[in-house]
Write a protein that binds this ligand. Structure first.
Ligand code: SF4
Ligand code: MG
Length: 262
């Protein structure tokens, strides 16, 4: 059997994973470790921090120093790690409910402070693990257990939210565009500051079944048909949406300590 180079990044004794057949979470998890490998980061200098939800289970399968934290609280834990040891590369794995609802305040203030974290949002447009409730990214009119006739809540665009709040690198990709996704994540790793990558993922169980996607493949086909590399009427844009330069929070923190203490 051929051993793939990225397999060393997984805790083989924790597999198989608990995700449903056809779930997109594994695609994004693999893209993260491929980006880590591409960047030359190691298991000793990389920390994975996740919140709660289906996607946040990824940290348990990844053979790094990992923290599976409380719902919505991955960014505060990650901030502590980065400030205590700025040499570590800190990757946050989060879902749409975890990041934009329960952890919404932590998310916007992480962006505002430009903390040098790499936040990867697995956006399946639903609360998958807790039973298919509508999340802040559930599109208008789409069904959820809490919206059986279709959601009337205008959804967040998580990328626009991150840009408005001050993130210095923001990109979007999907579980269909795998190599593109790896490239977006590895580019986000190059940014010294708050980096945010939204990965659209299929959740056939809690979202697809209610919204006329008969198979996981039909959800991937939807990503293929509706994503565009540049702004296009009626489609969503994938790629780097924003990139800017600003002093990162950990840099400012240690600069201030140097100035005050000498
Ligand atoms: Fe994946 Fe959805 Fe199943 Fe959760 S409920 S494991 S997100 S398919
Ligand atoms: Mg979700």
């Amino acid at each position: 059997m051929i051993e793939r180079s990225y397999e060393k990044f997984f805790r083989q004794n924790r597999l198989p994973h608990l995700w449903c057949p056809g779930c997109g979470n594994g695609i994004v998890m693999k893209a993260i470790v491929q980006a880590v490998e591409k960047k030359g980061w190691t298991q000793d200098n990389t920390v994975i921090v996740s919140g709660i939800g289906c996607s946040s289970r990824a940290s348990g399968y990844m053979d790094f120093d990992t923290l599976h934290t409380a719902h919505g609280r991955a960014i505060p834990f990650a901030t502590g790690i980065k400030l205590a040891n700025p040499d570590l590369n800190v990757v946050v794995i989060t879902g749409d409910g975890d990041c934009t609802a329960i952890g919404g305040n932590h998310f916007i203030h992480g962006c505002r402070r430009n903390i040098n974290l790499n936040v990867i949002l697995f956006n399946n447009n639903i609360y998958g693990m807790t039973g298919g409730q509508a999340s802040p990214t559930t599109p208008l009119g789409k069904k959820a257990t809490t919206a059986p006739y279709g959601s009337i809540d205008p959804p967040f665009d998580a990328c626009n939210l991150a840009i408005a709040a001050g993130a210095t690198f923001v990109a979007r990709s999907t579980a269909f565009h795998v190599q593109h996704l790896v490239n977006m994540i590895s580019s986000s790793f190059d940014n010294e500051g708050f980096s945010f990558v939204e990965a659209l993922v299929q959740c056939p169980t809690s979202y697809g079944r209610k919204n006329k996607f008969p198979t996981p493949a039909s959800m991937l086909q939807w990503f293929k048909d509706n994503a565009a590399m540049k702004p296009t009427e009626g489609k969503f844009t994938i790629g780097v949406l924003h990139s800017s330069t600003a002093e990162s929070y950990d840099h400012a923190y240690y600069r201030l300590i140097d100035e005050v203490v000498g």
